[in-house]
Design a protein around this ligand. Structure first.
Ligand SMILES: Cc1cc2ncn([C@H]3O[C@H](COP(=O)(O)O)[C@@H](O)[C@H]3O)c2cc1C
Ligand SMILES: O=C(O)c1cccnc1
Length: 349
């Protein structure tokens, strides 16, 4: 992990500025393409290029289980994680559909599913068979968290090698909104009640129980809020760690990463706490309905591209936002300038 962090440089603000100036030479009133222009500027800052390409994108879904599922914090049983991994491998999940729509390759990585099932089409990188129940003991050891981060780094490096120009990471792990809420509450100092939501669809009574479980775990683990790796190891998850590693690797390789919903944003926050320069490489795809997402977006000073009232995960909201990145790059690459098209520029005052 330390090796990858050493490779991360801040985004190239000069390249972004050059694109900002170029955008004003294109045949449109200055600034009229709004947030799409900001996106084009950010993509230039990330890649250092005036006319970068974000095609093809790659989707990597990290799957892992959570010991805290035993506390009854999800509407679904733990077995669903492994069952969904099979569904991903068969191409039947929402993320498979959206990935096909945007021409993305999909890699499914088992970084810590509890079951021992080995499936064709699933990359086996199991660090351990799910985390421990964070109410009783640390979710994982620091070395395991680092190993899971490295699984995420390796995933992005494989995607880059196969030609990917944009990274979308997703997750599957029953009870991972519980782990993410715990991590977020500790890292931000916000109350547990303000970050907890319904996840897969628990009722208000179950939600009160979920808050109590997280509060007990936070008190028992006593993680240092200034130590992101410690917070991740004690209260997080293996797939969350892998996503953190993926964002670090995207930044180290000057690749744009589209962040999905709540869980992805918590992983992104951990990456930014480990290395603040990562932030410039992140594009936030959508606003999830999970209430903690707004808290995470606020501390990351992020404005998501879409607001679709979604609360799925898997990378689904990031995949839906991807065509906007394509539009931003096509705008820069293909629009005529005032000079080229013989269109009169703004009248001099
Ligand atoms: C069939 C199914 C498919 C999913 N795909 C993503 N999630 C999402 O729901 C889970 C988090 O919610 P909680 O903390 O309440 O368990 C994660 O696996 C997340 O990716 C799913 C959940 C289910 C049930
Ligand atoms: O926004 C998310 O990432 C999310 C929300 C609910 C359940 N699973 C994921």
């Amino acid at each position: 992990m330390h090796a990858i962090v050493d490779h991360i440089q801040s985004v190239d603000l000069k390249a972004g500025e050059a694109t900002r100036r170029y955008l004003d030479t294109l045949t449109k009133p200055p600034g009229s393409l709004g947030a799409l222009e900001d996106l084009a500027i950010q993509l230039s800052a990330i890649t250092g290029e005036l006319k970068p390409s974000v095609t093809p994108p790659a989707v990597i879904v990290f799957a892992a289980d959570h010991g805290v599922a035993a506390e009854g914090v999800s509407a679904f049983p733990q077995a669903v994680t492994a069952q969904m991994v099979t569904n991903f491998a068969n191409g039947g999940a929402a993320i498979n559909v959206f990935a096909r729509q945007i021409g993305a390759q999909v890699e499914i990585v088992d970084v810590g599913v509890a079951s021992s099932l080995i499936l064709p089409g699933v990359t086996s990188a199991k660090v351990r068979h799910g985390t421990a129940n964070m109410v009783d003991e640390d979710a994982m050891q620091s070395a395991e968290a680092i190993a899971a981060i490295n699984v995420g780094v390796a995933g992005v490096e494989r995607a880059k090698k196969s030609g990917a120009k944009c990274i979308i990471v997703g997750e599957m792990g029953i009870a991972n909104t519980t782990a993410s809420s715990a991590v977020l509450a500790v890292l931000t100092g916000e109350s547990v009640a303000s970050v907890v939501g319904a996840g897969t669809g628990i009722n208000p009574q179950q939600q009160t129980h979920k808050v109590a479980v997280i509060e007990r775990a936070i008190a028992a683990r006593n993680a240092d809020p200034q130590a992101p790796l410690e917070v991740l190891a004690k209260l997080g998850g293996l797939e969350i760690a892998a996503m953190t590693g993926a964002y670090l690797a995207a930044a180290a390789n000057q690749m744009p990463a589209i962040v999905d919903g709540f869980i992805a944003s918590v992983a992104a926050l951990i990456a930014c706490r480990i290395c603040p320069a990562v932030r410039g490489y992140l594009i936030f795809g959508h606003r999830s309905q999970e209430p903690g997402h707004d808290v995470a977006l606020k501390v990351l000073e992020a404005k998501p591209l879409l607001d679709m009232a979604m609360r799925l995960g898997e990378g689904s909201g990031a995949a839906l936002a991807y065509p906007l990145l394509q539009a931003a790059t096509a705008m820069v690459a293909e629009m005529a300038t005032f000079a080229d098209a013989g269109v009169s520029d703004k009248a001099a005052p």
